[in-house]
Ligand binder design. Structure first.
Ligand SMILES: [Zn+2]
Length: 82
């Protein structure tokens, strides 16, 4: 059987909106390269940095082959079940 895998991605503007509304001090799900969880303010700054790079969407986890940061996200991958 043929199928298609689409990896999840995060909309950067949506993330900023959620972070801005959040009252939490820490931004769970956002971490520094060394693994420490970001504070809400740090996460918002990081998201603005991504927008400045022209990134509208971010992969959840490591980027996959052909990931389109400008908005398309994961292009989808054909999978074939044995
Ligand atoms: Zn993918």
């Amino acid at each position: 059987m043929k199928g298609k895998t689409i990896h999840m991605c995060v909309n950067v503007r949506g993330a900023i909106r959620n972070l801005t509304r959040s009252r939490a001090h820490m931004a769970h799900g956002f971490s520094h390269p060394d693994g420490r969880t970001m504070t809400r303010d740090e996460a918002i700054e990081a998201m603005y940095d991504e927008l400045e790079k022209g990134h509208k969407v971010l992969p959840m986890g490591s980027p996959c082959e052909g990931f389109d940061y400008s908005g398309g996200g994961c292009p989808g991958h054909d999978t074939e079940d044995a």
